[in-house]
Design a protein around this ligand. Structure first.
Ligand SMILES: [Zn+2]
Ligand SMILES: [Zn+2]
Length: 91
């Protein structure tokens, strides 16, 4: 099974996607004349068991990476990963 991916999608308030071509200033102000501004961020994993959306890009991005990391752990070998969990609890 190929490694699942979870793209981070930016949406306008009306639900349409805010594409890469819509540039924004550092403070998030839209530079594209047709961009109403970024409203929501959304990420859905290929595995179909995880999706998240919200107003904070940093949060969605961090959770997305955390979820993808859990796939990598599962793919290597569940044995050592489970063992590490147990050791963490033993501390
Ligand atoms: Zn836009
Ligand atoms: Zn997933």
């Amino acid at each position: 099974m190929p490694r699942p991916r979870a793209a981070l999608v930016t949406l306008h308030q009306d639900g349409t996607e805010c594409p890469e071509s819509h540039k924004h200033t550092r403070s998030g102000k839209p530079l594209h004349p047709e961009c109403p501004g970024r409203y929501r961020f959304e990420s859905t994993c290929d595995c179909g068991a995880w999706e998240l959306s919200g107003r904070t890009k940093g949060y969605i991005d961090a959770e997305r990476k955390r979820h993808l990391a859990s796939h990598r752990e599962a793919q290597t070998d569940s044995g050592p990963a489970v063992l590490r969990e147990l050791l963490r609890f033993a501390d």
